[in-house]
Design a protein around this ligand. Structure first.
Ligand code: NAD
Ligand code: SF4
Length: 441
């Protein structure tokens, strides 16, 4: 059984409400942090080895220490709750069932960074969670953990919830900032990073929901103790949202000592492949990371057992490795068609591209069109190479990571499942019959 430090109290009835949360040790991290100098709180987070849980895995303490502190200029903390990565729903779970854990983490982080106005930017579709968060914020205000002169320290902090309007790209931190400022959510060119020039051109830290929630156990345990959980540079625990053809889809907290095999097949986690089918492939970190076929998923290219850590999931890099990403674990059984899945992702990225850069704007559209031809039995062998060529021309040539995110799934699918793409060319009638009754093109 892996150690839990985020969801350990999720089973307690009423934990969503302040009184129950407080009775069960809630807000002790705020009490501890506000007795420390802000810089010492940053040091604890550095010692913890916590890495950003939104997908990039960037060291959180380092990001916090990059925050510029010009005299007389406000600094902002923004919580990225725009969880929209296909297959990812772990932040939803945290906010829905443990809203005070996030609010507590936000207060500690606001103190550490000197943010008096802190924002939660939440995806618009999570409308019911906005109410849950607003209630938790009101309760924290009433208890004196938010507002003016918190715990008599002279520190003022308020948290505001802002709903997005349904654009995936607004989860990219600079697009999120643009949207928060009331503009169209177009990503900005980095550098400058938000730590230097972010919200209203002021120094800003943007952190994911799970990252900020993890600040609470880091404060309670101390950075060094937190760093003892996990394996190597994959410290602490990670939430994984597991879905697809498994017996037990859901949100699991792992301490990264688990192997991928254990995570998929043990009853403690996914409970094996549904309907007695065989495992075919898995996208282990949300739709933006490369798909891995079963053999490479369970064992690395070196023949070692693949573990649920940042390092092991990425071992070998592309094509033999993938990424931890956002922790959206999408499992495919033997009956699933990789071409169809790739088309579905391509359609998503084409729809969500903001259109600023040509390789992404045009390339995502072309990839969707070619994949549609192939999936519906109208493609040629040369289309597979054309598809490969297009994804290569997108990767690394765009303003924000959406371009790479659109290219990698296509590259990995062709690399590992080229035979399936060729089958669609050599069996056009079967491909068409199989799609009878589905969307028409
Ligand atoms: P990134 O690697 O560009 O940046 C990581 C973070 O580190 C950013 O906050 C950035 O500002 C900061 N940073 C990096 N170098 C810095 C420097 N020199 N100075 C100051 N700050 C610096 O990645 P990203 O754009 O934040 O995230 C991309 C990831 O997001 C993808 O890998 C994908 O998995 C994930 N993603 C997640 C979701 C979701 O719903 N959770 C949705 C889409 C994408
Ligand atoms: Fe917009 Fe795509 Fe360019 Fe990102 S990569 S800025 S989504 S066009």
């Amino acid at each position: 059984m892996g150690r839990k430090v985020l969801l350990d109290k999720a089973h307690i009835e009423g934990i969503r409400y302040y009184d129950v949360y407080r009775k069960n040790g809630g807000y002790a991290a705020v009490e501890k942090a506000l007795k420390m100098a802000p810089g010492d709180v940053v040091e604890e987070v550095k010692k913890s080895g916590l890495r950003g849980r939104g997908g990039a895995g960037f060291p959180t303490g380092m990001k916090w220490s990059f925050l510029a502190k010009p005299e007389g200029v406000p600094r902002y903390l923004v919580c990225n709750a725009d969880e929209s990565e296909p297959g990812t729903f772990k932040d939803r779970y945290l906010m829905e069932f443990l809203p005070h854990l996030l609010i507590e983490g936000l207060i500690v982080a606001s103190w550490a960074l000197g943010s008096n106005r802190t924002y939660i930017y939440i995806r618009g579709e999570y409308a019911w969670i906005v109410d849950i968060l607003e209630q938790a914020i009101a309760e924290a205000n009433q208890a004196g953990f938010l507002g003016k002169n918190i715990l008599g320290t002279g520190f003022d902090c308020q948290i505001y919830v802002q709903r997005g309007a349904g654009a995936y790209i607004c989860g990219e931190e600079t697009a999120l900032i643009e949207s928060l400022e009331g503009k169209r959510g177009n990503p900005r060119i980095k550098p400058p990073f938000p730590a230097i020039k972010g919200l209203y051109d002021c120094p800003t830290v943007v952190n994911n929901v799970e990252t900020l929630a993890a600040v609470v156990p880091i404060m309670n345990l101390g950075g060094e103790e937190y760093a003892k959980i996990g394996v190597g540079k994959s410290t602490g625990t990670k939430l994984i949202s597991a879905c697809g053809n498994i017996n037990k889809p859901g949100v699991y907290e792992i301490d990264m000592t688990q192997s991928v095999e254990e995570f998929i097949f043990s009853d403690e986690y996914c409970g094996g492949i549904a309907n007695g089918k065989r495992l075919k492939a898995c996208i282990p970190g949300g739709s933006s990371v490369p798909i891995l076929p079963a053999n490479l998923l369970l064992k690395t290219a070196k023949g070692e057992q693949r573990m649920m850590t940042y390092e092991s999931l990425a071992d070998g890099g592309f094509p033999t490795g993938s990424m931890m990403g956002s922790g959206g674990f999408i499992v495919l059984d033997e009956d699933q068609c990789v071409v169809r899945h790739t088309l579905s992702l391509a359609r998503f990225y084409r729809h969500e591209s903001c259109g600023q850069c040509s390789p992404c704007r045009e390339g995502t559209g072309w990839m969707e069109k070619i994949l549609t031809k192939l999936e519906y039995g109208k493609g040629q062998m040369s289309d597979i190479d054309l598809l490969w060529d297009i994804q290569r021309k997108i990767e690394g040539n765009t303003i924000c990571p959406l371009g790479d995110a659109a290219a990698w799934p296509v590259a990995a699918a062709i690399r590992h499942f080229r035979d399936e793409f060729e089958w669609h060319v050599t069996h056009p009638e079967e491909a068409q019959v199989r799609n009878f009754g589905l969307a028409h093109y």
